[in-house]
Structure formats: C-alpha cells, structure tokens
Write a protein that binds this ligand. Structure first.
Ligand SMILES: Cc1cc2nc3c(=O)[nH]c(=O)nc-3n(C[C@H](O)[C@H](O)[C@H](O)COP(=O)(O)OP(=O)(O)OC[C@H]3O[C@@H](n4cnc5c(N)ncnc54)[C@H](O)[C@@H]3O)c2cc1C
Length: 372
C-alpha cells in the first residue's frame, strides 16, 4: 500500500507529489498522459511572485516579461496599465510541467504515466487501466473532472454557466512582446473575455473564454478576434478547446481520506479563470499536510481545510459578484466602472493594484512555508 496516491500529474498533482515526497516515502502519482500535452491548454500567464516561487529562472524555463496590460472596453476606449513593481510573465508551461514531474520522480515518487484511473473503491483501492493500487491517502488533482470526488458522492456536476468554455490559438505574427491585451464581453466574448498573451514578438496565445450554456460558434468568435487584434500577416499554428471551472470552490476540500486540489477543488478564479497559482499552492500545501498526517504529526486532514479557508472565502466572493452580472447592461456597467476606478487608482497610487495582487500571492506562500 502506498502512503499517498495522487490522481493527476499536472501543476496541482506534481506540486503535491514533490512536497509529499520531501517528507515521506511511498508516494505514487497517476497521470493518464505519457507526456504533458502539447499544445498546453493554457494562456500561460503568471504573476512574478509565482514565477519566483517556482524558480523559473533557476530551472531554465522560458518566460516573456509583460510590462503593460491593455484593456479594451469598446472599439473606441481602452485603458493601459503599466506594471511597474510587479511584472507578469508568459511562460513555457509545458517545460515546467515536465520539470515538475522529473523532480517528483527524482524525489522517489512512483510515476504511473500514460495510465488512467478507471475506478475508485473507497477507502483505498484505485483501479487503473490494467492494474489496481492502494493508497492510505488519496489526493484528487484530476482537474475539472474531479475523478475521485465524483466517485465518493461529491457534487461535481457543474451548471453550464459555472464552466468557462475556452478556445485558444497559437498565432504567428507581429506583436508587442511586453503587452497583453484583453477584450471584455461582446462582440468577441459575450459575458467573458478574449486575450492576447505574447510569447515573444512573433508569437502569441490568442484565445477567449465565455460562460457555458451560450449557443455560440467559438471558432468564428476567435477568428474574428484574431483578425481584429493581430497584424495583417498572421498564421494560426494550432487551436484547442478546453474548460476551466468558474464555479464556487468545493465546500469541503477533504472527505474521509481524500484531499482535493487545483481545478478538482474548483479553485480557479470565477471571474478571470486564472488557476495556476491556486493549483500550485493548494497542491503544495495538500502534499505537505498529507505527509504530516501519514507521519502522525497531525491527527486530522482538517488542517488543510482550515489553512485554505481564507482563500475559499475570497473565491466565493468573486463568484457571487460575477453571478450577479446576468444581463448585458449589468455586465457592461460593472466592468466599465471597475476599469474606470482601477485607472483612477492607478494614477493616484501607481503600484496599488499590483501590490495588492502580490500580497495575496505572498500570503499563500507564507502559509505554505509554515507547514514545510
Ligand atoms: C484556455 C485556458 C487558458 C488558461 N489560462 C490561464 C492563465 O493564463 N493563467 C492561469 O493562472 N490559469 C489559466 N488557466 C487555468 C489553469 O490552466 C488551470 O486552473 C490549471 O491548469 C489547473 O491545474 P490542475 O493541475 O489543477 O488541473 P489540470 O491542469 O486540469 O490537470 C489535471 C491532470 O489530471 C489528469 N487526469 C484527469 N483524469 C485522470 C484520470 N482518470 N487518471 C489519470 N490522470 C487523470 C489530466 O490528464 C491532467 O494532466 C487557463 C485555462 C484554460 C482552459
């Protein structure tokens, strides 16, 4: 029997595996893909605090520094925010995913890659493609599908409007390498937003995400946005569709001997769809707390729930604020007002917003460090 088995080997799962295996032996990770998938289903946008935490420079991970954020609120009006103190990066997520799995393996984690979890017989039995393994503790890091959760009676079914339905292309062209561009709402991304995240001056991730349940042709919307935002000579290299949870976080991040992390715990931001920081933070924290539990240093997994309470609270507030914006008028009024206020604050106190975002992320890291 393994001490800890992690289902899902992406950012949340690999972070859990690395941190659990620092403290205990006999950790396993099951990931259905042999190699992290390419193209990666992500805009690859990351805050500098998280980039530092992941030591992207030390591991040689490519990152493109962003100095400006341009927000279009209509064809006539846009706001530009300069990132002065805290930067954002567009990074090579595929590279990071591979490095994290390698690090987990180096720490002694037994990797079951290219193998799917097919079933779960509580409390310990995990049915794989052609095998069965057992774990004292299970960490569900399987993303939006929440594969373990749905087998133990957690309500994992999401309402269509609680799913961010996304489409993204990798586009070759001419781009301002240090500027990300965002377009809210119509015509390109009704009740959501479209983005241009430059990988460098000749390549960008251009995509859009909207709440599910709208009968819209995503390819058409994306093509229209690309032809609006890209220079006249562009070439679409690849396109994928994917989903991100934009629901309330799970009420309980543990049940019996199972812990939930990342998108499986619905920890992505309901308004923006950003989930990398929370996947890494929740995975790292759950991994280290799971190991303490196995070692008998703590007597309940509730420690994880308690440590995450402030974050759940914040994500809930974002969700409730977003879910009020049900009509065209409410949506437009809310985001136009928000950016007007932000641009005013940016003028009177230039680093206020970026400091606030950085503070939230630093708090995550300091909580994690208490358990290391
Ligand atoms: C288009 C798009 C763009 C995004 N852009 C950004 C961005 O720029 N910045 C940001 O912060 N966030 C972004 N996000 C959100 C972010 O990608 C997610 O929040 C993050 O990937 C969650 O990580 P995770 O490890 O929890 O889940 P996932 O990345 O979904 O990983 C789950 C893993 O579990 C594996 N798995 C699932 N079921 C099984 C099974 N039965 N057996 C074995 N393995 C299994 C899967 O193969 C997968 O590797 C974006 C999301 C989308 C869809």
């Amino acid at each position: 029997m393994f001490n800890i088995v992690i289902i899902g080997g992406n950012l949340a799962g690999a972070s859990a595996a690395i941190n659990a295996s620092i403290k205990v032996k006999n950790v396993a990770l099951v990931e259905r893909h042999e190699e992290p998938i390419f193209p990666v289903h992500c805009g690859e946008g990351l805050a500098d605090v998280t980039a530092d935490f992941l030591e992207l420079d030390k591991i040689g991970c490519y990152k493109n520094q962003i100095n400006n954020v341009e927000i279009d609120v209509s064809k006539m009006k846009k706001y530009t925010f300069k990132l002065r103190k805290h930067k954002m990066y567009i990074f090579d997520r595929n590279f990071l995913e591979k490095k994290l799995l390698k690090k987990a393996e180096k720490n002694g984690v037994e990797l079951f890659t290219g193998i799917s979890m097919r079933g779960f017989n509580p409390p310990n039995e995990i049915v794989l493609d052609n095998d069965m393994i057992k774990g004292k503790l299970i960490i569900d890091a399987s993303g939006i599908a929440c594969q373990v959760g749905r087998r133990i009676g957690i309500k994992t079914r999401l309402q269509p409007e609680d799913v961010g339905v996304c489409i993204q292309s990798r586009v070759e062209g001419n781009f301002k390498a240090d500027t990300i561009k965002i377009w809210y709402h119509k015509p390109y991304a009704p009740f959501g937003y479209a983005w241009l995240f430059p990988v460098n001056k000749n390549m960008a991730n251009i995509g859009l995400g909207i709440p599910g349940g709208q009968k819209l042709d995503l390819s058409k919307l994306l093509n229209e946005y690309i032809s609006h935002i890209a220079s006249s000579n562009y070439n679409i290299v690849n396109t994928f569709r994917s989903c991100v949870p934009s629901s309330l976080p799970l009420q309980n991040l543990t049940k019996d001997n199972v812990m939930f992390v990342g998108d499986a715990a619905r920890l992505a931001d309901a308004a923006l769809g950003g989930g990398i920081q929370n996947a890494i933070f929740s995975g790292s924290l759950a991994g280290t707390i799971a190991a303490d539990y196995i070692k008998g240093k703590i007597s309940s997994l509730n420690v994880y729930q308690k440590a995450m309470e402030y974050k759940i609270d914040r994500l809930r507030k974002v969700y409730y604020r977003k879910s009020k914006l049900t009509t065209d008028e409410k949506f437009m009024k809310a985001y136009k007002r928000a950016f007007l206020i932000l641009s005013f604050l940016d003028r009177v106190s230039p680093n206020l917003l970026e400091n606030r975002v950085a503070k939230i992320m630093k708090k995550d890291i300091s909580i994690f460090e208490q358990f290391q």
